[in-house]
Each structure stands twice: as C-alpha cells, then as structure tokens.
Design a protein around this ligand. Structure first.
Ligand code: NAD
Length: 269
C-alpha cells in the first residue's frame, strides 16, 4: 500500500520541541507509533525525557533526548546538529514548546511579557527557520514522503479567542498564526508543508491549576463535554505530517471539542 494511504511515517526523523511532558510528549509517542524516529527535546524534565525515549525505542524506533532552550538560537542549531548526527536528516519538525506567565495587564512585568514572547513566538521562528534550512539541505526523499519537509506549530484557540489576563500568551499565539501562514506561503512551492494545530483545553501541566480550580467553568466552554487528552492533539499532528495530508498547507486545525463554536451564543446568545 502506498505511504499516502496510511498515516505511515516509517523511515522519517522527527523533532518535537518541549516533548518531555503534555502535548509534546503525546505527539512524540504518536509519531513513534506511526513509524518515525524521534528527537525528544526537553528544557527541564530530563527524567521524563529518558522514560519517553525508552518507550519509543521499545516500539522499535530510534529515539534520543536533546536538551535545548527553543528561545536560544545556538541551542536550536545545536539540537538540529545532534538530530542529524545521531538519527540522520530531519523530515518532520513540531514546534510545540510553550509556556504561560499570567497576570492582569496592569500587573504584567516586562520580564513576563518577554519570556512568553521569546519562548512561544521567537522560539517558533528559530525552530521553523532551522527546519526549513535543514529540509532544503536534505533534499526530497520520495521513498519516505512526497514532501521535502513538514513543519507543524502548536498554537492555541487563543490565536483567535481574546484572553483577558493572558495578553502575552494570546499575542504570542496570534503571532504564530501569521508566522505559520507566511512561512507556508514562502515555501509551499518547494514542497515544504507548514501547518498548525490549535488545541482547546487539554489536560496537561500547563493548566493543572486552572483545571483544579475552575473545571466546571471550563466545561461550560466545551460543547463536547470533556477536557481534551494530549493524544487528541498528538494523533492530529501525526496525520498532518503524513502523506495522507499531502495537499494540506497553511492551515490551522482547531482541536478543541467545539470551543471555537462559542457555545455561549447557542440559543438566544
Ligand atoms: P506543558 O507545560 O506540559 O508543555 C510545555 C513544554 O514546553 C514543557 O515540556 C516545557 O519544558 C517546554 N518548554 C518550556 N519552555 C521551553 C524552552 N524555552 N525550550 C524548550 N522547551 C520549553 O504544556 P502543554 O499543554 O503540553 O503545552 C504544549 C503546547 O501546547 C504549548 O505551546 C501550549 O501553549 C500549547 N497549548 C496547550 C493547551 C492546553 O490546554 N494544554 C491549549 C492550547 C495550546
């Protein structure tokens, strides 16, 4: 069966940033399940990265962990160097690393603004730029994929839904949308596909406090009636980077249980 008939990533190498927890971890595991060899990038949690690497190796894939701060240019370049040295040319890059530093606007420090923009948006630029450079150097490997490379950004429903008390985060994700679309427009003619996934509320460490304190309020915003699992996002990314999605570029997939349907407007609104 041709590779594009399956979500088959056999023979491809993937980097997932921020993949020692949450959505990145689930994505790394789903890419491994689909056949890819995986670079688990971590910033803090080395022990989790070790466990994920060993689980992916147990699936019969190759996997390594690489420490890198995605907001640091030299770290990002070194991460791609390590990936290529140990696993070979990189076919798939998922820019997932992200964080929140929440405060009311009047109380938000410039430091907290800069940290969120540096990791979520500048990190996306650095990882996306390096991905495109490496895809070009690698060349087309049609026996594993019809694309020269696949780049996916983890955005958020807050690329379109304004988010009071989180202006740094919402601004970073709004920026990711046009970063993604502009890169996609620039490189589509080279068979490099660039897309984004925009999760709604997914059960991960980034929102553990909010889920504990406000689960009922959160569920009112989700017509599907449950908080999402990290695997809901990982499976979408695995499809998006496979040849089953070969004609898809420049798109954001909202994986949010209907949050962007604005359920508060159901009925009389
Ligand atoms: P998470 O906190 O589990 O994951 C974020 C990961 O990014 C962590 O592993 C962290 O170590 C890593 N990271 C942070 N700063 C880094 C840096 N400078 N360099 C490298 N890695 C760094 O939370 P998550 O929910 O899995 O978040 C993953 C992505 O999904 C983020 O971009 C987040 O904005 C996005 N997202 C999450 C949700 C949700 O509800 N969980 C919703 C929308 C979007």
């Amino acid at each position: 069966m041709a590779a594009f008939e399956l979500n088959d990533l056999s023979g491809q190498v993937a980097i997932v940033t921020g993949s020692s927890s949450g959505i990145g971890e689930a994505t790394a595991r789903e890419l491994g399940k689909a056949g890819a060899d995986v670079v688990v990038n971590y910033h803090g949690e080395e022990r989790n990265a070790d466990a994920i690497v060993s689980d992916i190796r147990a699936m019969g894939r190759r996997a390594i962990k690489v420490q890198a701060d995605v907001s640091d240019e030299a770290d990002v370049v070194a991460m791609f160097d390590r990936a290529e040295e140990e696993l070979g040319p990189v076919d798939i890059v998922v820019s997932n690393a992200g964080l929140q530093k929440d405060a009311r606007l009047a109380d938000m420090s410039l430091g907290d603004w800069n940290t969120v923009i540096s990791v979520n948006l500048t990190g996306g630029f650095l990882v996306g730029r390096e991905a495109v450079r490496r895809f070009r150097k690698k060349g087309l490997r049609e026996h594993v994929s019809r694309a020269l490379g696949k780049l996916v950004f983890d955005s958020s429903v807050h690329q379109v839904i304004p988010w009071a008390f989180h202006v740094n985060y919402a601004a970073s994700k709004g920026g990711i949308n046009l970063l993604m679309q502009s890169i996609a427009q620039e490189v589509a003619c080279e068979k490099i596909r660039v897309n984004a996934v925009a999760p709604g509320a997914i059960a991960t460490p980034i929102n553990a406090g909010e889920r504990e304190a406000h689960l009922d309020d959160m569920l009112k915003l989700i017509p599907h009636g449950r908080v999402g699992d990290p695997e809901d996002i990982g499976r979408t990314v695995a499809w998006l980077v496979s040849d089953a999605a070969d004609y898809v570029t420049g798109q954001t997939f909202f994986v949010d249980g209907g949050m962007t349907l604005y359920p508060g407007f159901r009925g009389n609104g």
